[in-house]
Design a protein around this ligand. Structure first.
Ligand code: FES
Length: 93
């Protein structure tokens, strides 16, 4: 799912019960990654098919080459908290 936190567009993914947060905007041509297919730990961009590791934000499948950004997540009493300052910043290559 996509959320906006302090102006950051962030996509949340649940991988075997652990929540991960990466930048929602594809580093290739700015499609929304939260609208892509999601399997194992990979999300596929809905526009041109780039694959991103949702645990790191790293582009794994071309044409995207940059990291979408990774954010710290904390889950407390069923509520999800995301730090809007990226652990790993977005990059285009
Ligand atoms: S916009 Fe994501 S692969 Fe092109």
């Amino acid at each position: 799912m996509a959320v906006a936190v302090a102006g950051e567009e962030i996509a949340l993914f649940n991988v075997d019960g652990t929540v991960y947060a990466i930048g929602d905007i594809c580093t290739h041509a700015e499609a929304s990654l939260s609208e892509g297919d999601f399997y194992d730990n990979m999300v596929e961009c809905p526009l041109h098919g780039s694959g991103f590791d949702v645990t790191t934000g790293k582009a794994m499948v071309l044409p995207a080459m940059g990291n979408s950004g990774k954010y710290a997540v904390k889950v407390e009493d069923g509520a999800i908290f995301v730090d809007p300052v990226p652990v790993t910043p977005r990059s285009t290559r």
